[in-house]
Design a protein around this ligand. Structure first.
Ligand code: NAD
Ligand code: MG
Length: 385
């Protein structure tokens, strides 16, 4: 079997570094063809020296010379800047793009890879939240598989294997509830960055950790699921399941439900997407049911975690509303991470931006970019950044 050549966009992040662990452990199956990072030049250099990719891209152009000299003795080509990311996505020399950039910045390179006919292992949920209709349409035209890496969507995808044309009645996305499960606004108003970054079950990048604490992450995942599995908004349900053992469920038209389970470890969905359709043997810790004598389920508290209500509203509204929601959220989370606004202000920024930016029912790609820009500018004006 020939090795799958992986273009790892966002190689220095939480998903990126775990994907490299999978590649390292399965060097007979995978090789790193392209690695990209935004600012972390040190780690990118270290990764390139170990994995010897064909090319690396450093987003921050000021760091080009440093990366270039560090890799001068190798065959690795070095590029820098936002445009270079899109150009690297256009390379012939890889098989799968693992889209692990965080945020809207992942959209352009991922779209380029789709247009190029490459298989996508998708961690970057924001790509589908912002422009899911366009991305999925182009993927269908190019016969490009979009294999989910997000654990919930991987769970649903795994439940669907072998189901052919059997129709989904609904899907149930499980949510851990994050670090503030059961808390009320009088507590949340004083929450600080470091506390919000501590997720009980998963170790993740900063932005998704905050999104998990506000439940925006689950809202983004509802929108992601709609596009990935071609669902109507009313077919997407969320249930809080604090143990994070059931990663999500599918209910079919006969009422039968399938769930995918396991200990929470992102390396599993990462390697499932990279290896699909093959399951790869590993020695990750196994789930022992005796250690989890009860699995519990509850309704999300939409009155306290209003981001999830706003995302649900955007899911139902469609058009550019999810794009507006996402842009405002990226700005608000950025500001919260820098202690510029409080935890509950994130919701206020998102809500006001959704009310402000003009709604477009069927945006073109350019209109998505414009809506993103407009929403960012307005959200930033609320924060006075
Ligand atoms: P992270 O912040 O740890 O890493 C992000 C990566 O993207 C880094 O390599 C960084 O250099 C790069 N990057 C950041 N900004 C960029 C920009 N403007 N242009 C180009 N590259 C940029 O994030 P993460 O936690 O690995 O998450 C990555 C994506 O995967 C997100 O969309 C997230 O929602 C999704 N995801 C993550 C997890 C997880 O467990 N971490 C789980 C499910 C889904
Ligand atoms: Mg997830």
């Amino acid at each position: 079997m020939t090795k799958k050549r992986i273009a790892l966009f966002g190689s220095t992040g939480s998903i990126g570094t775990q994907a490299l662990e999978v590649i390292r452990a399965n060097s007979d199956l995978f090789e790193a063809e392209i690695l990209t990072a935004q600012t972390n030049d040190e780690l990118l250099i270290q990764q390139a020296l170990e994995f010897r990719p064909n090319a690396v891209v450093i987003g921050d152009e000021g760091k080009y010379q440093k990366v270039k000299s560090a890799l001068a003795a190798t065959d690795t080509k070095v590029f820098a800047g936002e445009q270079a990311l899109v150009e690297a996505a256009d390379f012939d020399t890889y098989d799968i793009m693992l889209a692990a950039i965080v945020g809207f910045a992942g959209l352009k390179p991922t779209l380029k890879a789709v247009d190029k006919g490459k298989t996508i292992a998708l961690a970057n949920k924001e790509t589908l939240v912002v422009a899911g209709d366009i991305v999925m349409q182009r993927a269908i035209e190019k016969h490009v598989p979009i294999l989910p890496v997000d654990s919930e969507h991987s769970a649903i995808f795994q439940c669907l294997v072998g189901e052919g044309r059997n129709r989904i009645e609904k899907i149930v996305l499980t949510a851990s509830g994050g670090p503030f499960l059961g808390k009320k606004p009088n507590f949340l108003v004083n929450v600080k960055r470091d506390h919000a970054l501590q997720h009980p079950n998963w170790s993740m990048g900063a932005k998704i950790s905050i999104d998990s604490a506000t439940l925006m992450n689950k809202g983004l995942e509802m929108i992601e699921a709609k596009w990935l599995f071609n669902l109507k908004p009313e077919q997407v349900q969320v249930v809080v399941h604090p143990q994070s053992i059931i990663h999500s469920m599918v209910q079919f038209e006969d009422g039968s439900m399938k769930a995918q389970m396991g200990l929470p470890d992102m390396k599993l969905p990462i390697q499932y997407a990279m290896g699909f359709p093959q399951r790869i043997k590993n020695d990750f810790p196994r789930l022992d049911f005796k250690k989890y004598p009860s699995l519990s389920f509850e309704e999300p508290d939409l009155k306290t975690f209003r981001n999830l209500a706003l995302a649900t509203e955007a899911l139902y509204k469609g058009g550019n509303m999810p794009c507006i929601l996402n842009a405002a959220n990226e700005i608000a989370v950025w500001a919260f991470l820098r202690n510029r606004i409080g935890f509950l202000d994130i919701t206020a920024v998102v809500e006001k931006t959704m009310q402000q930016v003009s709604f477009i029912a069927q945006p073109s790609l350019e209109e998505y970019f414009d809506s993103d820009g407009e929403a960012r500018t307005f959200a930033a004006s609320l924060i006075q950044m």
